[in-house]
Every structure is written in C-alpha cells, then in structure tokens.
Design a protein around this ligand. Structure first.
Ligand code: ADP
Ligand code: MG
Length: 233
C-alpha cells in the first residue's frame, strides 16, 4: 500500500549540502506497525515527513495506495494528506484556544460535510481514545497524556489509511507513555497501519518491523514475533 523507491532528500545550508535521505527503498503493507530507529540526525523525521506528505523527496518515487504522489501539486498533496494521513507529534500541536472536540474535528473542516456530522465523528474519535467526557476542555485543562490522546483522536478522526507518530511518547512520563503505547497497540490490533519514530528500543520492539536508519540510509530491519534478518536496502 505504501512504496518508496530510491528516495533522496538533501538540505542546502549555505554552501554545504546535508544529505538527509539517500536511496531509501521501502514497502509497507496495510495493517503493519513499523518503528524507525537510529541516532539523532539519521533522517527519521525527514522520512516520516515525506511519508506523511508534509515534505517531498528531491528524487525517487512514492506510491500510496497505488497512486504516485511525489509529483503532485501542493493542493493535491494537501488533499492526500488530509484524506490518507493522521499525524501525531511529540509536542501534541493542539490549537490552544479551542476545545478538545474542536481540535479533533479540525481536519474535517476541509471535507464536504455538515458541522453536525463533523462533530459526531470527532465525538466518536474522542470516545475511542477514552476521552468521551473531556470534549469541552481546553488543551491547558488536560494532562500531557490526555493532550496526546486528543492528538491521536484528531489523527484518527478522518479515518486515514496510515497513522504516523514522531516520538509520540517523548514528552510524557513513562507511565503516561505506556498508556499511549497501549492505545497504539489497540489501533494496530484494530487493523490500523501505524508508523512511528522512536529512539527507545522498548517502544520500537512493540512494532512488527523495526527499521534502522543511519546517515540517511536504511541499514537494517528486524521483524518482531518472527524471523530476524538484516539489511533491507
Ligand atoms: N529543515 C532542515 N534544514 C536543514 N537541514 C535539515 C533540516 N531538517 C533536517 N535537516 C538535517 O537532515 C538530517 C536528518 O535530520 P532528521 O530527519 O531530523 O533526523 P532525525 O529525526 O533522525 O534526528 C540532519 O543532519 C539534520 O540536521
Ligand atoms: Mg527527529
């Protein structure tokens, strides 16, 4: 359902060029859970941002559900992002002045649906993450773990084909982080495709596939609960 071929991405910093991704090849099937690991600067966030249509590769192809999307216009890419991608960030990125319910419903504003329908979907997504009774709270009136649940509900609300998370437990204490990881486990059990970046091996090992990046390249893959093998690229 998701295929990267020969993906390259470089950033120019004055006269220097930083190669963030170099010849990345990858196939991920519907329903898989994948962790991207590697040291700081390895290219994890760049890869996740390209997968999430927040950024584009300089070269190479990206197919999502059979459709080539690396060459789409900004507008079309935004549409794909809105329909197909749910993104969860380390720092939650909620709108501070509106309620949890409004935050969750926000991505649906770009869809042709009536407000009542939008809020019904948002209510369902909040209930899915165990926050049915917190819809009217502002982000500041919620704990860190609750804020991340709101962010997950927002990511789920539009029924995307993939859920991406960049260090989703990075700003949470370990007990709260554990609750968020259990929620991701449930979403994978429900058939969601979940791709996450983490630097913690205990977090990565909950995923079916652990892909290691080093200097912008995919250097190894570990499959949990199955056979182990090295080298993918
Ligand atoms: N917007 C940017 N401008 C310049 N360099 C960048 C930018 N984003 C990332 N980089 C560089 O690309 C490399 C990969 O970064 P990143 O994907 O954020 O790594 P990771 O998430 O694994 O820590 C790093 O060397 C980083 O400094
Ligand atoms: Mg990063």
């Amino acid at each position: 359902m998701l295929e990267l071929r020969a993906i390259r991405k470089a950033y120019r910093m004055g006269s220097e060029t930083v190669v963030a991704l170099d010849d990345v090849n990858l196939q991920i099937h519907r329903g898989q859970s994948v962790a991207f690991v590697g040291s700081s600067g390895a290219g994890k966030s760049t890869l996740l941002n390209i997968l999430g249509c927040l950024d584009r590769p300089d070269s190479g192809s990206y197919r999502l559900n059979g459709r080539r999307i690396d060459a789409l216009s900004e507008n079309d890419l935004a549409l794909v992002r809105n329909r197909e991608i749910g993104f969860v960030f380390q720092n939650f990125q909620l709108l501070p002045r509106v309620s949890a319910l409004h935050n969750v419903a926000q991505p649906l504003v770009y869809r042709p649906m009536k407000p009542a329908e939008r809020f019904e979907l948002a209510r369902r997504a909040l209930a899915r993450v165990g926050l049915a009774d917190r819809g009217h709270h502002l982000p500041t009136q919620l704990s860190g773990g609750q804020r991340q649940r709101v962010a997950i509900a927002r990511a789920l609300c539009g029924q995307p084909s993939i859920l991406l998370a960049d260090e989703p437990t990075g700003n949470l204490d370990s007990k709260t982080g554990e609750a968020i990881l259990r929620l991701f486990d449930e979403l994978v059990a429900d058939g969601h495709t979940v791709l996450m970046v983490t630097h913690e091996s205990e977090v990565a090992d909950r995923c079916q596939r652990v892909l290691r990046l080093s200097d912008g390249r995919l250097v190894s893959e570990k499959c949990n609960g199955g056979d182990l093998h090295a080298r993918v690229a």
